[in-house]
Ligand binder design. Sequence first.
Ligand code: ARG
Length: 588
Amino acid sequence: MKWPFHIAAFIEDRILQASSGMEGFDDAFTPDVRPADARFGEFQANGVLPMAKRQKKNPRDLATRLVEAMEDKSGFSGDDLAMNVAGPGFINFRFMPGFYHEWLDNIRTHSDLQTACRGAITDKVVVVDFSSPNTAKQMHVGHIRSSVIGEALCRMLEFQGARTIRDNHIGDWGTQFGILLMAIHHFDTRLDVENDEALEELEELYRRGSKLTRESEEKLEEARQELVKLQNGDPENLSRWEQINSISQKAFQEIYNLLGIRFDYVLGESFYQDSVENVYTELESLGIAKESEGALVVFHPEHPRFKKQSFMVRKSDGASNYATTDLATILHRIQEWKAEEIIYVTDGRQQDHFEQLFLTARKWLKHHPEINMPKLRHVWFGTILGEDGKAIKTRSGEPIKLKDLLAEAIERARVTVENKNPDLDEKERDEVARHVGLGAVKYADLSQNRTGDYVFSWEKMLSLEGNTAPYLLYAVVRIRSIFRKAGLNPGEGEDAADRVETEEELALARQLLLFASALEQATSDLRPHILCTYLYDLAVTFSSFYNANKVMVDEEPTQARRLLLCARTLTVMETGLHLLGIETLEKM
Ligand code: ARG
């Protein structure tokens, strides 16, 4: 194997070399190398146990012989990786200074790092369904989670070689349109796509319209009729519907631009309206769905809850719903995009919906022999809480608009920056405020285990101490300034580097080598906080190194290896933050 490589893959390769032809190891042997508990080493190979079981051999014996063979034939020496057999027959691997040296010497750039991170998901087609707000309404604070988590997951998957398809499944076909269309008539409203406040006006119109429908049976019926007209393709209603959607999308796009989020497709619920008929027919004829009180529903008798709780795929008035559209969407993603995995990023309240959706889709598509069923995963998240421990709201009890929240983040960051560094010029200050403010909001969200709720706190997220974006951004800035002061570019001045030596250097090198493992775990669990924790640990480890080991010293080899450690830390830090969607800075 040639550098740069994936460390776990490298160890597997060496194990396979050593075990080939060895007595007791068959062709089905897989080393199963994974990150280890830090007390025992950096990696652990677990594959000997099932192998020994198959061959009815003593696993410790096999493992011991394997370690001996590796020492003999695979070029491992005590200087590279220390190995030992543990427990019933695991093999632990611990990095040694020679190995650190190799890694540090070979993994220099963002792209080296990427090569070292490519893994099992290389070339896999992964559809990520994220953000997906409903149109005719503004995005509120809750939408930050799906948007930011979804974007980070896409970047992490792509970095490891997956081919992602980013799809914004907007809710553009709901009952809200009946009310809006009725209200447009009633108040004789003129929609103006160019107006910057157009979405706010639509929201207001919706509020007034739904008040009317609550007060008058007649207006409610009118709203229903408008919806039916829209669904039957009435040209006037369709053109208003299009206007409403472009107003919404324009406002969404401003937020996506600010957050650095992009999509390959925006295929909302309306896109699937012609495919729902097929869903009804197939589910009914396959006996998966049945009529119940006029509606078409699916039960899952094998499931403790869903044997009683139905999954409605057609309403009693004959209309399709969220479930029908989602079923049609899966088929589209398989047929058109050859999806091998589909990831849905939504809040935790939709867990039942997705569980029932996945069960239904699997039963349905099993009958399509040409289809390879993709892996379906629901990446759900908890609620953002206010300081009072309840779902976050404005003072007057309204949902907080995402646009306002982001503007406030930038404003608050500007104040912090002005206090911290009054020497920045106007332009620099704007840039720092934007990166720090938006980074803080994103990082506060990403650094929490997504399945929990978290309390939104400006003070905490903008703090320069602790596991926050400002702290990490500051670590990057500090490394950049070391190079600036030395008159060097990162990566320069390291030719004479000798092997890492001091305790802090070793600790930093070890942490750098663990990047690929942390990323891999974050991606396989689809939990960005694992990457955040890693980066925070890296920043802390760097800081101890920097406090205890002077970089610019007289002995050339020492200075060179410390500059090298600084440059590698910068590469890993910037790469990691970029994967989280956080833009780094030169100064702050
Ligand atoms: N529009 C939905 C909402 O606002 C989210 C859609 C998620 N994606 C999906 N395929 N169901 O809650």
